[in-house]
Design a protein around this ligand. Structure first.
Ligand SMILES: *Cc1c(COP(=O)(O)O)cnc(C)c1O
Length: 374
């Protein structure tokens, strides 16, 4: 059994995919081909935003809006302590300081109460200027934007939604990638909507930010004059082949999302008696980028993983180390602890999750987990 079965998905879309890639090769517009603009339009319509700007990775989709907002040295950007490294790496990459915010014990998403505490702590210390917050839609479930957006507004913070895992999830009827000043997503192959390489996209409703992000992704270019550069930017485009792949995958995305929800419901039944199952907040839906369990006895996790693997069930730990404990951030200023993130990092375990998971596979996961925990 695969942890994420990309081969099954590829087999399903193979004829369409071959034709779409052949067309890109025939047209020869490998960068900036018409498929990129078409993808941007479709993605913006899907998530309900005015603008979509494709780029080279999910990490760049976080860095470019920080650059566009002028976030840099002397600035504090609030990120959840329990997420993939890139959320905070993007902040450090523009010279700003990531400030780690604890998460909620049920959804593992940013805790608005701790965000307020951390903002107050930064203000009291007086060394950094609070500028932005990057909530993460962890494992596919959007963060609590009902609480986070007003809090950010109260303190004058810009909001960047890290929806690298969230694409396809919803919060109170709105789709992930629709929250904050800019939303960022990733098309890394294992994400809910993945391409066959690196890729990412940014979303916004603000025409000024849209223009700035389009310029920044191509060396700070001037749309009116190809050989004039208005500012220093990056080289961060989504290439045409990847856009063609994504257009094919987008056609089956809704169907795949339904399959993920069905698989998650089956897991809830099978695994609920054995371990903590993912908590989805009222009014939210998850895209189940991961199906993450919480083990009753965290200390036994290495033995449980070994026992599962012996029975042919791949299991992964996302994430074993909170961001504040990353070596790269050893010198970062400390604005208070994140005990919930620490406890989560010690207890979580993700099991195979993808749209092509069969009920038989899931029964096998349930049996293997029961045996591993016994
Ligand atoms: C994957 C991921 C990223 C980075 O995306 P890349 O496309 O790999 O650069 C950022 N944030 C989160 C939460 C992620 O899961």
């Amino acid at each position: 059994m695969q942890f994420i079965d990309l081969a099954a998905q590829q087999a399903r879309i193979a004829p369409r995919l071959a034709e779409a890639m052949r067309q890109v090769l025939a047209e020869g517009r490998y960068i900036g081909g018409p498929q990129v603009a078409e993808l941007e339009q479709r993605l913006a319509a899907y998530v309900g935003r005015r603008f979509c700007i494709a780029c080279a990775s999910g990490t760049d989709a976080l860095i470019l809006p920080l650059l566009a907002m002028g976030v840099g040295p002397g600035d504090a950007v609030f990120v959840p302590d329990f997420t993939f490294f890139a959320t905070a790496e993007a902040v450090a990459a523009v010279g700003a300081v990531p400030v780690f915010v604890d998460v909620r014990p049920d959804t593992y998403n940013m805790d608005p109460d701790d965000l307020r505490r951390k903002i107050e702590a930064v203000r009291a210390a007086g060394e950094l200027t609070p500028r932005a917050v990057i909530p993460v839609d962890l494992f596919g479930q959007p963060a609590d934007y009902t609480a986070l957006l007003p809090l950010a507004a109260q303190y004058g913070l810009r909001v960047i939604e890290d929806a690298a895992q969230g694409f396809g999830g919803t919060w109170q009827g709105r789709k992930a990638c629709a929250f904050g000043d800019v939303s960022a997503t990733s098309f890394f192959p294992a994400k809910p909507l993945g391409c066959y390489g690196d890729g990412g996209a940014m979303f916004t409703d603000d025409p000024a930010l849209d223009a700035l992000l389009r310029s920044l992704r191509v060396h700070g270019s001037d749309p009116a004059d190809k050989y004039n550069n208005l500012r220093v930017g990056r080289n961060s485009r989504l290439d045409t082949l990847q856009a063609a792949v994504l257009l094919c995958k987008l056609e089956v995305f809704s169907d795949e999302l339904a399959a993920r929800h069905a698989a998650a419901a089956r897991y809830d039944q099978l695994l609920g008696p054995l371990a903590g199952i993912p908590a989805v907040a009222p009014g939210a839906t998850s895209s189940y980028a991961q199906y993450t369990l919480r083990l009753p006895q965290p200390a036994r996790r290495p033995a449980v993983i070994a026992a599962l693997r012996e029975q042919g069930v791949p299991a992964m730990v996302y994430y074993p180390r909170p961001l504040h404990a990353q070596t790269a951030f050893a010198g970062a200023p400390d604005y208070g602890p994140c005990p919930v993130a620490e406890a989560a990092a010690a207890a979580v375990l993700s099991v195979p999750m993808h749209p092509y998971l069969t009920p038989a596979d899931q029964t096998a996961v349930g049996r293997a987990l029961a045996a591993a925990l016994a």
